[in-house]
Ligand binder design. Structure first.
Ligand SMILES: CC(C)(COP(=O)(O)OP(=O)(O)OC[C@H]1O[C@@H](n2cnc3c(N)ncnc32)[C@H](O)[C@@H]1OP(=O)(O)O)[C@@H](O)C(=O)NCCC(=O)NCCS
Length: 159
């Protein structure tokens, strides 16, 4: 493997993810999220690969190793909105490869793919206590959506 300091942005290979990438996705995500989310990622990956038939989930490789990924989906007519839009569910870059524009390359490729399908909006959600993701998204041009997310505690509010 090359000295990481010599790795430049144009050495990132962005490709579609496939079923065989699950273990790598779980490892990268565990390093990012602090816990292994195997079933969650298996479900999301399977949804991403089969629901739309459109390749919206991408992996980033250095020297043949998957070091980052994102999982996204396309929606048609959700929440009463007729225009198709895309949602990014998960994004993660292995800690050893951060700061080398891996995530930016993934988002760039997703943007190209979505625009090619005539989709002009990408939505995502981020925990307010995840400053890394918030800062990255802000840097990429994401803005606060004109919607309010609501949660209902079903058990607590049961009468
Ligand atoms: C956020 C994250 C995806 C960024 O990945 P990355 O590959 O290091 O980001 P990039 O190198 O592509 O950054 C692109 C730009 O965003 C900026 N940026 C990235 N992370 C940043 C941060 N934490 N604070 C401020 N700016 C940041 C970079 O400085 C860079 O700017 P530049 O082009 O001016 O140099 C990565 O840190 C990560 O995986 N964090 C954990 C995510 C997580 O919690 N996932 C689980 C829940 S989905």
């Amino acid at each position: 493997m090359k000295d990481l300091d010599t790795v430049a942005r144009d050495q990132v290979l962005v490709r579609n993810v496939h079923e065989g990438d699950l273990d790598a996705l779980v490892s990268i995500d565990a390093a990012a999220a602090g816990r292994r989310r195997e079933r969650f990622l298996q479900k999301k990956l399977s949804q991403a690969l089969t629901d739309t038939g459109i390749a919206m989930s991408l992996g980033a490789e250095f020297d043949g190793h998957l070091v980052g990924f994102l999982l996204a989906r396309v929606y048609y007519g959700e929440f009463g909105v007729m225009e198709p839009s895309a949602v990014m569910d998960v994004l993660g870059v292995h800690p050893d490869y951060r700061g080398r524009h891996v995530a930016a390359a993934l988002v760039d490729q997703l943007r190209t793919n979505l625009l090619g399908l005539g989709i002009s909006t990408l939505q995502t959600e981020v925990r307010w206590d995840n400053p890394d993701l918030l800062s990255f998204f802000q840097h990429e041009g994401f803005t606060i959506a004109p919607r309010i997310c609501l949660d209902l505690d079903l058990a607590r509010t049961r009468t």
